[in-house]
Design a binder for this molecule. Sequence first.
Ligand SMILES: [Zn+2]
Length: 375
Amino acid sequence: MPEEMKNENKSVEQRNEEPVEENDSAGADKKVSIHEISCSNCGAPLSYMEGEAVITCEYCGTTTMLAGFDNIVTVKSHYLLPPKVGRDEAIGIASSWLEKGFYRSKNLPKRVSWKKTEARVLPYWIVRCTGSTRWSGMQKRTRTIGEGKNKKSETYWEPVQGRIKEDYTWPVYAREDDSEFWGIRNLEPGKQCVFPDWGKFILRFGGSKKARNINLLKDKKDFSIDDLKKLNMQEHIINGQIVQERAERSARDRIIELHHDKAESKATRITDCDTTIDVQGVDLVYVPVWELEYGYKNKIYHILVDASRQEILSGEVPVSKWAKATIFDIIFLLIAAIFAAIGGASDGAAWPWIGAGVFGGSAVVYSVWTATMKK
Ligand SMILES: [Zn+2]
C-alpha cells in the first residue's frame, strides 16, 4: 500500500513539474469584441457581441436589427411569451415531471439534488407560412397470378402521386450555435426532446419523446419589458445573431426537406417532388426558459422548462429500476412461454423445459434482485 501511495505522489509531482503553457494565440482566438449602439427609443447604451444582430434594450424593450451595412431597423412585429414562473416554481414543475409515467420512479424527485439554474429569454423568428408539395413516384406491389399449381406471386410497379399541404408557424432559433445552451437543439419539431437514461440496461424500449410542432405564437403578447422585470428576467435576454431574411430562408429549406422526407415515406421511389412555400409573415418572439441541472447517482441531468407555458420542453431522466425489471420480465417470460409451448407439443424432449426454466427463472431472479438492490 505505501508503495502505491508513493507512486501516486510521484505522478502528482511530475505533473506539477510540467511547464504551464502560456498560450497567447489561444486567448486571441476567443477574443470577442463588444460593440455599442444607442437604443433608438430610449437612448440607453446597448452593448452587443461581435456577430449579434438582433439587440433588445433591457430598459425599454425595443428591438433593433442590424440588417446590413447602414441598415438599422426597429423590429415591429415583436412579441413575448410572458413568463409566469420563477426559479422555485420551475423546479416544482420539473419535479412533478420527474415522477410521471411508467419509466420514472415516484421517489425520484426526493432523491435528486438541484444544481445550477439559469434563466434565459431566447430569441426566435417565427415564419408563418404554408407549404404545399406535389409529389409523384412509383410504388412496388405484389399480386398473385395463376390458378392451382401455377399459382405464384409477382411484383409490379404502380405509379402513385399525392399532395401535402400544411400550415406552419415554423420557429427559427435566432442564434448560430444551438449547442451553446443545453436543450435548444431539441426544440425543433420532430427532434428527440426527452432522453431516458437506461444506464447499462440493454433492452431499451420507449421512454423518449419527440418535440411537437407547437405554435410559439400562441399566447403571445406584445413585447413588454415589465413582464420580464416582474421575474427579474430582463437581464437574461439573449440577443439574436440571425436576421429576419436568413430565418425565412432557413425555414423554407427545412420545410422543403421535411416535405421531401414525408413524400419518400409514401412511395417506394419518388420521381418528382415540388414544394412551394407561401410566407405570410415573420415575427420575433422571445421565449423565457429555465435551464435546470440536477444530480442523481453521480450523474448530471438537464431539464428545460418553458417559463410561460409552465411545461417541460426537453429533459433527461434516469429510467427507474422497476421499469427495467418489468420490461426484462415480460420479454423473458414470453421466451419461457415459447419454450414451454414447444415442450408441450414435443414428445418428452427435455430441452424445451430446460429453456423455459432458465428464462422464467431469470425473470424471477431479476425481479428479486431489483427489489433487494440498494438505492
Ligand atoms: Zn431602450
